[in-house]
Design a protein around this ligand. Structure first.
Ligand code: RFL
Length: 394
């Protein structure tokens, strides 16, 4: 069979891309290794920046989001037993939308497959690509119902299969640089079946390690605890988790934490990477397949949407008018924002981890950075600009 674009992966990047292609009548097929149920329930991100919400709205992809998402206008740093509110919307004019990733994915699958009549194959195996450096690439996969190999000829392949996908490996090593940064720490990522304990995101800066609190829904809250890399979640029974969260997030006048069953407990080895360029021949990577940001600063899903919309516009222009300029400039256009967010992530990571590093120099620098962000209007504006990310074209 034949289609114009094969989209590998049904995460935020692949589904945003597929929706825009479908709306523009550009033929595409989405291939996903997991089941529909699985992708619609996989818990991950929760914060969308306002520019990303507006961009989805312009494509008719934010109706439910705008109806149901929570809106945040400030965050709180807790350090040395004190609370410091940071009113980022007052500073930048931009807001954060709280919308769990599985809910967004559910909306995007429904819109693409059920409303716009797009095609997704769930549960496929052994996805592979051939001829991406020719005009006639193709993608092969094993069909879950027949067990047979299927070949799909196409014009373009979009690698949207995340950090553990295969499409990054289709980029020839000789033409690709993978820049990697390791933070040298782990984060225990937790989901508690408990209402949020604060009306905003809380960052706990503590000599015992970073702790974070982020609302996901009125019933579910995400927490993070800095821990050694490769730590075993088995070392973190619920009692230890809550005791450590209480210690690291304690501050005068703070509401006590609302505890509840912990429904997710995983250790993330905190690292980032960027694949450069993001395109080779007829293959274009988007989202985590091209760049990973550890969940410092809540950036990954936003970047995935940014890439997907740029790639969609470029593919539509190519299909409609034979205009290849968007595709030629795609990688560079994405990477401008990617590198700004990488820089922000590194800057913020030091605020989070410096005081617990055991190195008094790093601790001093981290606290100086935080004091300046909270007290200097110029520094606050700089922080808010990147935290909300409206304009990053530098
Ligand atoms: P995804 O979401 O990983 O989707 C990729 C899809 O591809 C499928 N797949 C394949 N399909 C076909 N063939 C193969 N060989 C395949 N291999 C994999 C997968 O099953 C999957 O369905 O990538 P995408 O679309 O690029 O989206 C990126 C985001 O998921 C990611 O950046 C965010 O989740 C990162 N992130 C956060 N980002 C934010 O913007 N705000 C946040 O608050 C935030 N919190 C987080 C996060 C990531 C976390 N984890 C788990 C690392 C919190 C956590 C804990």
């Amino acid at each position: 069979r034949r289609t114009r674009v094969v989209v590998v992966g049904a995460g935020p990047a692949g589904l945003t891309l597929a929706n825009v292609l479908r709306a523009a009548s550009v033929d595409c097929l989405v291939l996903e290794t997991e089941s529909r149920r699985f992708v619609e329930q996989r818990p991950r991100a929760g914060f969308l920046e306002e520019w990303a919400v507006r961009a989805l709205e312009e494509r008719g992809l934010a109706d439910r989001l705008l109806e149901h998402a929570g809106v945040h206008t400030e965050c709180e740093f807790r350090v040395a037993g004190e609370r410091h509110r940071f009113p980022y919307t007052e500073v930048s004019g931009q807001r954060h939308y709280v919308y769990p990733q599985p809910v967004l994915v559910t909306d995007l699958v429904r819109e693409y497959a059920d409303v716009r009549g797009g095609e997704i194959r769930f549960g496929v195996r052994d996805v592979d690509a051939e001829g991406i450096d020719t005009d006639r690439p193709s993608v092969t996969y094993t069909d879950p119902s027949t067990g047979g190999r299927v070949r799909v000829a196409c014009d373009f392949v979009a690698g949207c299969d995340g950090a553990r996908g295969v499409s990054q490996g289709w980029m020839p090593a000789a033409h690709t640089t993978v820049a990697r940064h390791d933070f040298g720490v782990g984060w225990l990522a937790l989901l508690a079946e408990a209402p949020p304990s604060s009306d905003c995101v809380v960052f706990g800066i503590h000599p015992r390690g970073f702790a974070g609190h982020m609302a996901r829904s009125p019933q579910v809250t995400r927490y993070y605890l800095e821990c050694p890399p490769d730590d075993d979640p088995g070392n973190w029974p619920d009692g230890r988790v809550w005791s450590e969260l209480r210690t690291r997030l304690s501050a005068d006048g703070a509401r006590p934490l609302t505890e509840g069953p912990l429904i997710e407990k995983r250790v993330l080895n905190m690292h980032n990477y960027v694949v450069e360029p993001m395109s080779y021949g007829r293959l274009h990577l988007a989202g985590d397949a091209a760049h990973l940001l550890a969940p410092i600063g809540a950036k990954g899903m936003n970047l995935a949407i940014h890439d997907a919309l740029l790639l969609a516009d470029a593919l539509v222009a190519h299909a409609g008018k034979g205009d290849g300029s968007g595709l030629a400039g795609y990688s560079e256009a994405c990477l401008r924002r990617v590198w700004q967010y990488q820089e922000f992530s590194q800057w913020l990571a030091e605020v989070y981890h410096g005081t617990s590093s055991g190195d008094p120099f790093r601790a001093g620098v981290a606290l100086a950075r935080l004091r300046r962000t909270l007290a200097s209007p110029a520094a606050a504006a700089g922080f808010a600009e990147l935290f909300l990310g409206k304009d990053t074209d530098f």
